[in-house]
Design a protein around this ligand. Structure first.
Ligand code: DGL
Length: 269
């Protein structure tokens, strides 16, 4: 197979990474994609660096065994905690979510005050602080860990009008509102599902999501490495999970914005 026709590998701890796949499909419709959701071990966000790093190596090994030409780490937690390790281990272009979102936010802020919400592990890693200050050293960054959000989203509780996620988000976002941020990074690929609620709590704040930011970085990386698939036929997508393909098909379609009716395969890592 021509190098360019090889698939792009994308992984997340669970369903969240599908919000990134949605953007890739929109912008690179001719690319073949292999998505792996580690649904048997989600969430990663409350775990130690050692455990997350081991899981990420498993995820990478699985995707590499399918001959991928590049990997998108569609998980802020994985990217924050294990990026350096995997970059040193694997000789393949690896695109994350943290640096692209940090760059977008640094360019977007007018008052130099950026908020970031993410999992406990993402916040603990300090990855966003480092990435934003690399682009814009003067910018002030305010981070908040929101451990209840991933379980809520995985349970399908993200609709505007649902008092449970609305109450939880109000409590998490209030301290950032008080800091007068003008830009907020949704630093977890599950959070775009909560976009409408966040926007209603912070109506004047620009919201940056992982999907569009990392897709721009992916296009740039593929192009620099002459790996863009120039085929004119639509690409294929294969889904693999480490638990319950049925519930992935059912819930995943909300994340990706289209039916997942092709076979979702169960794998044992
Ligand atoms: N979707 C993952 C992220 O972007 C987090 C989910 C988890 O805690 O596993 O951080």
């Amino acid at each position: 197979m021509d190098n360019c026709e090889r698939p792009i590998g994308v992984f997340d701890s669970g369903l969240g990474g599908l919000t990134v796949v949605k953007e890739i499909l929109k912008n690179l419709p001719n690319e073949n994609i292999i998505f792996f959701g580690d649904t048997g071990r989600v969430p990663y966000g409350g775990r130690s660096k050692e455990t997350i790093t081991q899981y990420v190596k498993d995820d990478m090994d699985f995707l590499l065994s399918h001959g991928v030409k590049a990997v998108v780490i569609a998980c802020n937690t994985a990217d924050s905690m294990a990026r350096e390790t995997v970059e040193n281990l694997y000789n393949i272009p690896i695109i994350g979510v943290v640096s692209p979102a940090a760059k977008k936010a640094a360019n977007a802020t007018k008052n130099g005050r950026i908020g970031v919400i993410g999992t406990k592990a993402t916040v603990k890693s300090g990855a966003y602080l480092r990435a934003i200050s690399a682009y814009s050293p003067e910018t002030e960054v305010f981070v908040a860990a929101c451990p209840l959000l991933v379980p809520l989203v995985e349970e399908g509780r993200f609709q505007k009008g649902d008092i449970v996620p609305e109450t939880v988000l109000k409590e998490y976002l209030e301290p950032l509102k008080e800091k007068e941020i003008d830009t907020l990074i949704l630093g977890c690929t599950h959070y775009p599902l909560l976009y409408d609620i966040v926007a209603s709590i912070l109506p004047d704040v620009q919201i940056i999501c992982s999907g569009p930011a990392s897709t721009e970085a992916l296009i740039e990386t593929l192009s620099v490495n002459s790996l863009l698939n120039r085929s004119s036929s639509p690409g294929s997508i294969s889904y693999f999970v480490s638990d319950s393909p049925d519930s992935f098909s059912k819930n995943g379609s909300i994340f990706i914005g289209k039916e997942i009716n092709s076979g979702v395969k169960l794998v044992n890592l």
